[in-house]
Design a binder for this molecule. Structure first.
Ligand code: GLC
Length: 515
């Protein structure tokens, strides 16, 4: 069982947008290798790389054409190997994105499966029996291939579903059981993909739509047969690649029961993560960090405690600043608010994931035309802002993948020079976090969570006190004995005999002495 995940701090790279090393307007491995020091200097020791595979990019690379090949857009096979080697040399682990549920419609196995004559891959994908069958509850595509039948897709119409079988078989004329030879063969193929990249040096995978494999498999929090597959995969990893990890896009404690080392708590409506920082994405809902104080810490704490209680001891929660599917937190929040928000998010019990650009507060760019089926997500995928040179230092090309933003303050070079910048605040925060093992141990408890009042929680002997508002607040005196202030964002909170005075927009960590 791998041990490094516990103290991992991840940096998510969307390869198109991070750094262009060959001047073609798209990010690539050369550029990523060049910028590893930036990741390290932030205090991250792991990278999650969005899909790097050969792809027609009809869904930002989540439509894989060849699972065993690096996209030429991102460089050569050797550039990939060099990136992994350089990351490892700097003490940075790399997990890749695994897309197990669907391929690209241009994938060779899919095209073979689409042939009208039955062959060894006919059942690798899910096809209805007849060309006029449009089964309820599935998205099936018709009239694209000469095979008699329609194929089920998992997400966009360009992403045919791989066949891991069905739990509940409603129509045996085309639905195969999850333990049929064809379904088991797909599972073995998936393992071969994983082995291929682990042998190339990858340290694990972020698993895309991990709950989507077996069809008719109950709700998100059940998925018994999909879970069985992942437990089998986990066994393979434990036996053959014990130091590797799998992190799921599932967003339910069930993922940890299914063998994932960690699972993202995503920005789904009603999730405690949303109610903490992203409430505004739901009409009439406010997050705890709402500057007007309309959020409610009690709801956040209740939801989070329940969720955390369900995974504690068996796996971790992945806590994100944002990701490639999610609007960035800026400009909902100012840089001063973001400092407090990041410190809060990343002292909750979980593994931190910083999305590229969030460390400098890059904005979600509104109203961008969709590129490569990013749709609303496109605004969170704009090129990294390194400096004030051409294309914000991202690329020398005349035209870049997406337009770059020139912002005097929101770029790495300016923020490195500015002691008070978001980047430097996050660096000091991660440097401090690293010094205290309490933040990576399971001990955690909310001590005070009520409305927009200061939020107080314990990590072992450490007490974190957060004020989300722009006004001073008073928290009840919850520190039993003597205490020592270890770290603060903004002005530090001050315990008096009866309470704690918490300055506006602040985050303080106390060590409880003898408590
Ligand atoms: C996941 C990815 C998203 C992709 C989808 C289909 O949600 O994060 O970017 O479009 O799966 O693969």
């Amino acid at each position: 069982m791998s041990t490094w995940l516990k103290s991992a701090v991840f940096y998510e790279i969307y390869p198109n947008s991070f750094k262009d090393g060959n001047g073609d307007g798209y990010g690539d491995f050369k550029g990523m290798t060049e910028k590893l020091d930036h990741i390290k200097s932030l205090g991250a020791n792991a990278v999650w790389l969005n899909p790097h595979y050969d792809s027609p990019f009809m869904d930002g690379g989540y439509d894989v054409r060849d699972y065993f090949k690096v996209s030429e857009r991102f460089g050569t096979e050797a550039d990939f190997d060099e990136f992994i080697k350089s990351a490892h040399a700097k003490g940075i682990k790399v997990i890749l994105d695994l897309v197990p549920g669907h391929t690209s419609e241009q994938n060779a196995d899919f095209l073979r499966s689409a042939e009208s004559t039955p062959n060894e891959l006919s059942d690798r994908f899910i096809w209805t029996k007849g060309e006029w069958d449009f089964p309820q509850g599935f998205k099936a595509i018709s009239g694209r291939h000469d095979r008699k039948g329609n194929y089920v897709v998992n997400f966009f119409s360009t992403q045919p579903s791989l066949n891991y079988g069905f739990n509940r078989v409603d129509d045996p004329s085309w639905q195969m059981p999850h333990d049929s030879p064809a379904a088991l063969a797909t599972r073995e193929w998936l393992k071969s993909v994983m082995r291929f990249w682990l042998d190339r040096g990858a340290d694990g995978f972020r698993v895309d739509m991990a709950d989507s494999l077996v069809k008719n498999d109950g709700d998100r929090n059940e998925k018994p047969k999909t879970s069985e597959i992942w437990r089998d995969v986990r066994k393979m990893l434990d036996d053959e690649y014990p130091d590797t990890v799998i992190v799921s896009e599932w967003s339910d404690p069930q993922a940890v029961c299914a063998g994932f080392h960690a699972d993202f708590m995503l920005d789904h409506h009603g999730n405690p993560y949303n109610l903490l920082v992203r409430g505004e994405e739901e009409p009439g809902v406010y997050s705890y960090f709402d500057a007007e104080g309309r959020g409610d810490a009690a709801t956040v704490a209740a939801g989070f405690s329940e969720w955390y209680g369900a995974v504690k001891g068996s796996g971790y929660l992945g806590i994100i600043s944002c990701n490639h599917d999610t609007p960035r937190l800026a400009p909902y929040y100012t840089q001063e608010q973001l400092k407090v928000i990041y410190a809060t998010l990343f002292t909750l019990p979980g593994v931190p994931f910083v999305y590229y650009g969030d460390e400098i507060g890059m904005k979600y760019v509104k109203d961008l035309p969709s590129v490569e089926c990013g749709f609303a997500r496109t605004g969170s995928r704009t090129p990294m802002q390194w400096n004030l040179e051409k294309n914000a230092g991202f690329s020398d090309a005349e035209k870049t993948f997406l337009p770059t933003e020139q912002d005097k303050q929101v770029n790495v070079a300016s923020q490195e020079k500015d002691k008070k910048s978001l980047l430097n605040a996050l660096k000091s925060f991660f440097a401090f976090r690293k010094t205290r093992r309490e933040f990576t141990e399971p001990d955690f408890e909310f001590v005070h969570a009520k409305g927009a009042e200061p939020l107080v929680y314990k990590r072992g002997n450490l007490l974190c006190v957060v004020n989300p508002l722009k006004v001073k607040q008073i928290a009840p005196r919850v520190i039993p004995q003597k205490s020592k202030t270890l770290f603060a964002v903004g002005k530090e909170a001050k315990p008096t005999k009866t309470n704690i005075t918490v300055p506006p927009l602040s985050f303080t960590v106390f060590e409880v002495i003898g408590g």
